[in-house]
Write a protein that binds this ligand. Structure first.
Ligand SMILES: [Zn+2]
Length: 150
């Protein structure tokens, strides 16, 4: 092994940094460079990047329940009424037969309760349930009862 700096043969070459080059040098030339060992020691502590503190805002979704958790706001009676109402299972038959009884067409009935005929048709087939509002209209029009309290 030869010293890369002076060319002298040496058994104990040390790696040092001279300028920006790393060279294997003999003990005599060591002083010209910075020992790698020391550099390693210096650089062992990893660059402590001061990571900015991560702010984890625990944003809980604010559930806006109308009159839900606010003690001062009362539910409107009308709302709670609707919540506890259910369309009877046999609504489609009741509507169909009641409509036949008073002798109006689906079109006429649709017109009277301001609904689409396709909706009436679907209700009578039982493929859709009328909402409470529609059901109420049907009840008064057909003189039937298809809304029940749960
Ligand atoms: Zn040397």
């Amino acid at each position: 092994m030869e010293c890369e700096l002076c060319g002298q043969k040496s058994e104990r070459l040390k790696k040092v940094k001279i300028d920006s080059a790393v060279m294997s040098v003999c003990p005599k030339c060591e002083k010209f460079g910075i020992p790698i060992e020391n550099m390693r020691v210096q650089s062992t502590s990893p660059p402590q990047k001061s990571t900015p503190p991560v702010f984890i805002h625990q944003i809980k979704p604010v559930q806006k329940i109308s009159g839900g958790n606010h003690p001062k706001s009362f539910r409107k009676k009308k709302d709670s009424d609707i919540e506890n109402l259910e369309i009877v299972p046999e609504f489609s038959d009741l509507i169909k037969s009641a409509r036949a009884k008073i002798g109006i067409s689906q079109d006429e009935m649709a017109d009277k309760i301001k609904e689409k005929r396709t909706v009436i048709s679907a209700i009578e087939r039982g493929s859709i349930k009328p909402d409470i509002k529609t059901a109420r209209k049907l009840e008064s029009l057909l003189n039937i009862s298809i809304v029940e309290k749960i």
